[in-house]
Design a binder for this molecule. Structure first.
Ligand code: A3P
Length: 313
């Protein structure tokens, strides 16, 4: 560890360590969890992963993926999502499985999960275990316009357990622009998965939160095809896609008792995963000068990649 770069986030006590060009929190030791995954995780060909930075819509994608895969076992009115939080149905590798910090019931044996196993991770493509890259498993990557994402991240700086006060928006912004984002930098994280989605479209499906909001049914259809479980013409005509979309909408998920009370991993309030769920909420928080700076940074970072986000109205 001593040979790796470390930094402290501005206006906060969170210390980060850089491993394979991406930042991890030192306490709790996300970094060690990543090493455990690299060393011990045994992939299965049919595994389906959700990847993405925190606060980019991963919980929503978990509900959509779970409901789609499980549709032949349970009709939507009997869905396990009525009795389980999405985080309890699609385990996160570094927080729920290979996590040294928490003691709570967890699937010690990933082999007991039904096939296809649905798993999630915030880890960069670079640091995924090699087997995930070489085996036939699929990855759904979700990304969100960087301004919305950074506003949300600051609102719940979830790993900053030592600090009771939120970092100033300006400090958080400065860190964000310098790439000091847990599991980030933001752009590099997105660009890695973006590149693989272009080179190996059967391996990575790259989704944007904003697109999902605009055309949920179209993207759910793409998702189902990508994982090899397309909706049949009969399902389409019976409105199954629309049913799943509506069931997984933030309005519905927020109202379910199972998502209102209790905590995940002895720490995160279940209801905190469902907030406003709007696109462009940054306009209520961020100064025009910040938007301009991030817009420039985005142009610089994304130039020539074909990846873009709408930020300025
Ligand atoms: P806001 O903070 O903008 O409300 P993640 O799950 O990756 O942490 O992302 C959290 C963001 O996704 C939050 O955004 C949350 O409200 C939003 N979200 C959660 N469930 C959603 C759903 N079913 N539909 C749309 N957005 C959802």
């Amino acid at each position: 560890m001593q040979s790796l770069p470390m930094t402290t986030m501005l206006g906060s006590t969170s210390k980060l360590i850089m491993y394979e060009n991406f930042w991890y929190v030192i306490n709790p030791s996300l970094f060690r969890n990543v090493l455990s995954i690299q060393k011990h995780f045994v992939v299965k060909d049919k595994d389906i992963f959700i990847a993405g930075l925190p606060k980019t819509g991963t919980t929503w994608l978990k509900s959509l993926l779970f409901a789609t895969v499980d549709r032949t076992n349970h009709p939507i009115d009997k869905s396990l999502l009525l009795t389980h939080h999405p985080q309890e149905l699609v385990y996160n590798l570094e927080s729920d499985v290979y996590n040294e910090a928490f003691v709570y019931p967890r699937p010690n044996n990933l082999n007991e999960l039904p096939s296809p196993r649905l798993l999630s991770t915030h880890i960069s493509y670079t640091s995924l275990p090699k087997s995930i890259k070489t085996f036939g498993c699929r990855i759904l990557y979700i990304c969100r316009n960087p301004v919305d994402m950074f506003v949300k991240k600051r609102e719940i700086n979830e790993y900053d357990q030592d600090s009771l006060t939120l970092p100033r928006l300006e400090d958080f912004f400065e860190d964000f622009c310098e790439g000091k984002v847990i599991f980030g930098p933001f752009f590099e994280h997105a660009l890695e998965y973006w590149k693989i989605s272009l080179e190996q479209p059967y391996k990575v499906l790259f989704l944007k939160y904003e697109d999902l909001k605009d055309y949920p049914s179209n993207h759910l259809k793409r998702l189902a095809e990508f994982i090899g479980m397309p909706f049949s013409p009969q399902e389409e005509s019976e409105g199954v896609i629309q049913e799943i979309v509506e069931f997984c909408s933030i309005k519905n998920m927020k109202e379910l008792d199972v998502n209102k009370n209790g905590v995940i991993n002895n720490f995160f309030e279940k209801k905190s995963y469902f907030r406003k769920g709007e696109v462009g909420d940054w306009a209520n928080h961020v100064k025009p000068s910040m938007v301009e700076r991030i817009h420039k940074l985005m142009q610089e970072k994304l130039e020539g990649s074909g990846l873009s986000f709408k930020v300025l109205p």
